[in-house]
Design a protein around this ligand. Structure first.
Ligand code: IPE
Ligand code: IPE
Ligand code: MG
Length: 235
């Protein structure tokens, strides 16, 4: 059996709104279905041996949406995080968040902080939730962090390496091996730009609420067929 399982998988969970609209439902129902799907899916993804799962839950740009939708999503995050926290803990899943804190509401930050703190010494699979996340903002924030280190003389400019850059991103994670974007859109919409330099991309047509375990198996099969060269000429 080919057990070439990606270490780090990223999912751009897109299409919740269209999933709902096509069923004559409010967009919010699509977001609810997306959360429900994520619980089953993330359990399965870790069972298959993936070590790090990064999910794009809310981009910095998503604040441009109607206030009603943004408010709904913020409440959904709080509700789902509290509801699913014990499930994540019982499964030894280390939860982390990537993104800017500003302008997230305090109630969202509180539950994020609690989940981060209470799973911080877990050494199991990592569930990285990108919330109020933007890939370009992450790079800007990394440059600011490293600039501070240089001006405080904690590091010499000559000693800035790719490892130093990675350590100064929101989270110090291995590179992405596979990025899945559901809903058929073929763009990355500002998701983990630095980490995806040699990622394989996969764009299934299904909307996120329908991206089930079987769909994930198909993504893995597709990944296993790819010939990753990393700029070399092997295979
Ligand atoms: C993704 O689904 C979830 C978030 C961005 C929060 P969308 O809400 O973008 O759904 P579509 O793309 O409008 O169908
Ligand atoms: C990307 O989806 C962000 C998330 C899935 C959280 P969008 O729906 O916001 O992206 P665009 O606007 O289609 O590029
Ligand atoms: Mg979308």
């Amino acid at each position: 059996m080919n057990e070439n399982i990606p270490v780090h998988v990223g999912i751009i969970m897109d299409g919740n709104g269209r999933w709902a609209t096509e069923r004559g439902l409010e967009r919010s129902m699509g977001h609810k279905s997306g959360v429900k799907n994520l619980k089953t899916l993330c359990t399965y993804i870790f069972e298959r041996g993936v070590k790090v799962l990064s999910v794009y839950a809310f981009s910095t740009e998503n604040f441009k949406r109607e206030k009603k939708e943004v408010d709904f999503l913020m409440s959904l995050f709080v509700e789902s995080f509290y509801k699913e926290f014990s499930f994540l803990k019982d499964n030894g899943i280390k939860v982390m968040f990537s993104g800017r804190r500003e302008p997230l509401p305090r109630k969202v930050l509180e539950v994020m902080d609690r989940m981060t703190l209470e799973t911080s010494d877990f050494d199991g699979p990592i569930f990285n939730i990108c919330l109020n996340y933007g890939g370009q903002d992450e790079i800007v924030d990394m440059v600011k962090n490293i600039s501070k280190l240089v001006s405080n003389q904690n590091i010499e400019i000559e000693d800035i390496t790719k490892e130093v850059v990675n350590k100064n991103l929101y989270q110090d994670l291995p590179p992405l091996d596979l990025v899945i974007r559901t809903s058929g859109e073929q763009r990355i919409s500002n998701f983990m730009l630095y980490q995806s330099s040699y990622a394989e991309y996969y764009f299934p047509k299904v909307y996120f609420p329908d991206f089930n375990n079987d769909e994930f198996d198909i993504a893995i099969e597709e990944f296993q067929k790819r010939n990753r060269r990393f700029g070399g000429n092997k295979k």
